[in-house]
Design a protein around this ligand. Sequence first.
Ligand code: FES
Length: 114
Amino acid sequence: MSEGIRVAAADEIDEGEAVTVDSTTAGTADDIAVFHSDDGNFYALNDTCTHEEASLAEGWIEDGEVECPVHSARFCLKTGAALCLPATVNAVAHRVEVVDGDVILYPGDAPAGS
Ligand code: FES
């Protein structure tokens, strides 16, 4: 289990928006995108699209999925599953919790319930 990183106050990230935690802070190979989904929950995926070099944090969030801004591959925010071409490799998902109003990221931990 990794140590949690405070990303932001939950009310600082609007629904449908995402922020990134850089790889140096996260201690991971890739930056991590933290999404405030339209279901009200927070999710985290490796920020770099598994197809090419796009930032998923800049994608469209809808119905619990993020659509890559470059070639429109979609990924499940909860599991990272690649849902359509051109992506064929799942994104890595990380655990996120809201604790006392703060969004806490646990880089490298599997999401709760997965
Ligand atoms: S870079 Fe994301 S679908 Fe191509």
